[in-house]
Design a protein around this ligand. Sequence first.
Ligand code: URA
Length: 237
Amino acid sequence: MLLEKMLQSQGFGSRKECQHVIKQGYVRIDGQVCDNPKQQLQVQNLHFDVFNESYQYREKVYIALNKPEGFECSHQPQYHQSVFALFPDMLIQRNLQCVGRLDQDTTGLLLLTDDGQFLQALTHPRKHVAKVYRVTTADPITAAQLESLASGVELRNEQGIYQATNVQQLAEHQLEMTIHQGLYHQVKRMIAAVGNKVEQLHRQQIGQLALPSDLAESDWYYLSEQDIQLAKMQDLL
Ligand code: URA
């Protein structure tokens, strides 16, 4: 691949802008300045520096963010900041998208990617990828509420019943539950349907991929190949 095309593909600007950066001597490969935009490169395992920052070539990007409260999963947020404000411009230029949405007040595991197929695989309604949430409720949780969540509830304007699995009470006002669809406000609506109210919502897991306990709020990392497979794992419903 041409050096200028490689830089463009990684989100460093238009072809012209990349040519300019290269010709100015700001790009290094193996420590050597490369000022020829037309240089041919093997992109596999390619590491390079731009403005003294190191990068790895990535055909597609797959990211896990520990989403903080008060951020909207939208490029055009209405009332809060955008989660995309937490990422460098080169990732935004690559057309990074959220894999499903979390509400602005929901925290925890959010995946982002520029791979449309991966996004589809995780969000398509027929693909049952489990999502595990820890829910803090306004009122004490009752045994009847736990049972109703597990046996299934009706939701206004939706067909059928919606069941949670692995419903476990963690404290008087806290439970963990797994859902298998991605309806708008699904957890909040399910908790409301059993007569309680969500005070705090935190996503801990997607498929078999859990939020690492040492990933601080607002921090993110690139998923490994194994992480990608874990996230895609469908449940057996
Ligand atoms: N369910 C909700 O109600 N909100 C979220 O952010 C995610 C799931």
